[in-house]
Ligand binder design. Structure first.
Ligand SMILES: Cc1cc2nc3c(=O)[nH]c(=O)nc-3n(C[C@H](O)[C@H](O)[C@H](O)COP(=O)(O)OP(=O)(O)OC[C@H]3O[C@@H](n4cnc5c(N)ncnc54)[C@H](O)[C@@H]3O)c2cc1C
Length: 382
C-alpha cells in the first residue's frame, strides 16, 4: 500500500531539512523527508560553515541577508546554539580583473545594505598581520561575514520540523519516480511507494540522478574539495577571519586555537567518492606557506573531503522543474548551500504553498540551462 504526504522531500542535507522546517513553520506539516543515509551526513557535514554576504547578484545577496538574519536569531527561533560567529571574510585580490569584479560586487552589496568594502594591502595586515601582501592589489572585506556549525543547524531543522509533525525517514533510498502528464505521481523507494501532491529534489550531489528518474537533465557536477585542520597553532592571532586567496583558491580561518584550511580544489571523482586523497597535501602546503609563511610550522591533525554540487555558472538551481507542475528543484548550491539553506527553505516553502517566491529567482531559474550557454564561472571560491 502506498503512503502519502502533501510534500515529499528527497534528501536530508541542509537544503532538504531547511525546506521541511520552513514548510512546517508555515503551517504545512504533512511532509515526508526521505534520506538514504543519515540526515546531514553527506556534503553538509563537510562544509567549513562559512557564511557571507559577499555575492555578486542581487538574488544571492538577498539569500545571504535573509540567512544571516536567521543565524542571528537562531537561538531564539530554534532553541539551540549553532556557534554563529561574525569574524569577517577577507578576499585577497591579486589581479586587476579580480579588483574590478569585486569593485562591482561591493557597490552592489553596499546598495543592498552589506557593509563590505575594498581595502588596500596595508589594511589587510592590520586585520591579519601574518598574511603576505606583496602581490596583493586590494582586498574585499566584510566584517559581518562569519561561520556557524552545519551539524547544529541541521539537527535543529530536523528537531523543529519533527516537533511540528514532519516525518523524517532515514535509510530510505529513492529509486524511481512515477511520472504522468507533467506530474510526479509517486516516489518509489527501497521501503515502498510514496504518493505526493508536491515532490522536491534536494539530493545535493546526487540531484542529477534523481532528476534523471523523471527524465530531466540537471547539470550538477559533484566535485571533491578537501579541508585540513592543524593542531593547536599559537603563531597566528585567533580568531582570524576567513581569508581567501582568490588567485590560488587557498583559504583558511581559525577553528578555536587551530587553523582550518583548504587548497580550494575541485577534484573530479568517480562514483561519488569523497575519501581524503593525501596526495593533495603538497599543493596545500605550497599555497599556504606562500600566502602565510608562518604556516610552515603547522602540523596537520585531521582532514576530510566532500562533494560540492557544482553547476555550470556556480549558482544554485531553484524553482519548478521544466515541464512539471509539481516537481521542484532546490539543488546545485555549490560551495554555499549551508549558508543559503535558511533562505532556500523559506523560498521553497513559499513557492510550494503560495506559488510565488519572495525574491526574483531568474538567475537561479532551472530554465536558464535550456535557453542559453552558461555565463562565466563565479569568482568566489566558497
Ligand atoms: C569541503 C567543503 C567545504 C564547504 N564549505 C562551505 C561553507 O563554508 N559554507 C557553505 O555554505 N557551504 C559550504 N560547502 C558546500 C555545502 O556543504 C553544500 O552546498 C551543501 O551542504 C549542500 O547541501 P545539500 O542539502 O544540497 O546536499 P547534501 O548535504 O549532500 O544532502 C543531500 C542529501 O540527499 C541524500 N540523497 C541523495 N540521493 C538520494 C536518494 N536517491 N534517496 C534518498 N536520499 C538521497 C543524500 O544522502 C544527502 O544526505 C562546502 C562543501 C565542501 C565539500
Amino acid at each position: 500500500m502506498a503512503e502519502g504526504a502533501h510534500v515529499v522531500i528527497i534528501g536530508g542535507g541542509a537544503i532538504g531539512t531547511s525546506i521541511a522546517y520552513h514548510l512546517a513553520r508555515a503551517g504545512c506539516a504533512d511532509v515526508v523527508l526521505l534520506e538514504q543515509g543519515t540526515v546531514g551526513a553527506a556534503t553538509t557535514s563537510k562544509a567549513a560553515g562559512g557564511i557571507r554576504a559577499q555575492f555578486g547578484t542581487e538574488t544571492e545577496i538577498w539569500f545571504s541577508l535573509r540567512s544571516i538574519e536567521f543565524f542571528s536569531r537562531f537561538r531564539e527561533e530554534m532553541g539551540a546554539d549553532c556557534g554563529y560567529r561574525q569574524v569577517g571574510y577577507l578576499y585577497l585580490l591579486t589581479s586587476l580583473e579580480l579588483v574590478e569584479e569585486h569593485r562591482r560586487r561591493v557597490a552592489l552589496q553596499n546598495r543592498l545594505g552589506v557593509p563590505s568594502r575594498l581595502i588596500p594591502p596595508e589594511d589587510v595586515v592590520e586585520i591579519v598581520p601574518e598574511v603576505r601582501v606583496d602581490d596583493v592589489l586590494a582586498a574585499a572585506w566584510c566584517p559581518t561575514d562569519g561561520y556557524a556549525s552545519p551539524h547544529e543547524v541541521v539537527q535543529a531543522y530536523v528537531a523543529q520540523a519533527r516537533r511540528r509533525g514532519v516525518r523524517v525517514l532515514e535509510g530510505v533510498r529513492v529509486t524511481g519516480l512515477e511520472v504522468a502528464d507533467g506530474r510526479v505521481r509517486a516516489v518509489l523507494t527501497n521501503q515502498g511507494r510514496f504518493e505526493a501532491s508536491h515532490v522536491v529534489n534536494a539530493a545535493g550531489p546526487w540531484a542529477g540522478e534523481v532528476g534523471a528518474m523523471a527524465g530531466l537533465h540537471i547539470p550538477i557536477m559533484p566535485r571533491r574539495r578537501h579541508i585540513f585542520v592543524t593542531d593547536s597553532f599559537p603563531w597566528i592571532k585567533h580568531p582570524t577571519p576567513l581569508v581567501a586567496d582568490l588567485g590560488s583558491g587557498f583559504y583558511f580561518r581559525s577553528d578555536q586555537d587551530r587553523v582550518l584550511m583548504s587548497p580550494g580544489d575541485e577534484g573530479v571523482v568517480p562514483d561519488y567518492e569523497a575519501a581524503v586523497d593525501w596526495s593533495i597535501l603538497p599543493e596545500l602546503v605550497e599555497k599556504a606557506v606562500r600566502r602565510v609563511p608562518v604556516f610552515e610550522r603547522a602540523a596537520i591533525k585531521t582532514a576530510w573531503a566532500g562533494l560540492r554540487p557544482l553547476t555550470p555558472d556556480g549558482r544554485a538551481i531553484v524553482g519548478r522543474a521544466p515541464g512539471f507542475e509539481n516537481f521542484w528543484l532546490a539543488v546545485g548550491f555549490c560551495g554555499h548551500g549551508f549558508q543559503h539553506s535558511p533562505a532556500a527553505g523559506l523560498v521553497m516553502a513559499e513557492l510550494i504553498l503560495k506559488g510565488t517566491a519572495p525574491v526574483d529567482l531568474t538567475v537561479l531559474s532551472p530554465e536558464r540551462f535550456r535557453s542559453q550557454p552558461p555565463p562565466a564561472w563565479e569568482l568566489a571560491p566558497d
